[in-house]
Write a protein that binds this ligand. Sequence first.
Ligand code: THU
Length: 143
Amino acid sequence: MGCSRLDETVQHQLLDQARRAREAAYAPYSSFKVGAAVLTAAGEIFSGCNIENASLGATICAERVAIFTAVAAGCPDLTALAVIADTPDPIAPCGLCRQVLAEFSPNCRVLMATTAGRIRLANLKELLPLAFRFPPAESGEAG
Ligand code: THU
């Protein structure tokens, strides 16, 4: 399945899982709860929530929890990532999460949503042009 296909039923399922995962968010420092879910190429869904820490740098975003859960299950090929938060407008994944997603699925679709039902769709390539890759591409091969 390519990244161009993300029908409404699947969008619903992804957002539903992200919404449920958000309920488990551990965010005593920011009180900002985030849920995420990824769709694998095989059609499976893995979810995650943000998990904060008293040592603030040890905090991890919902998106990376979902991505790492999929990778740890042996499913690194991701077709779509959904993220949901209680904000007026949909939030976009942070730069670190974009780079992590690009490691596994550079063409991934990103579905951003609010708990009230506002939705925005983008492609990871739009959110993170020129993602870092190692070894770096030869001159002229970037992108
Ligand atoms: N957070 C996420 O989980 N995902 C994002 O896309 C943005 C930020 C979390 C990290 C932290 O727990 C809280 O939101 C405030 O930054």
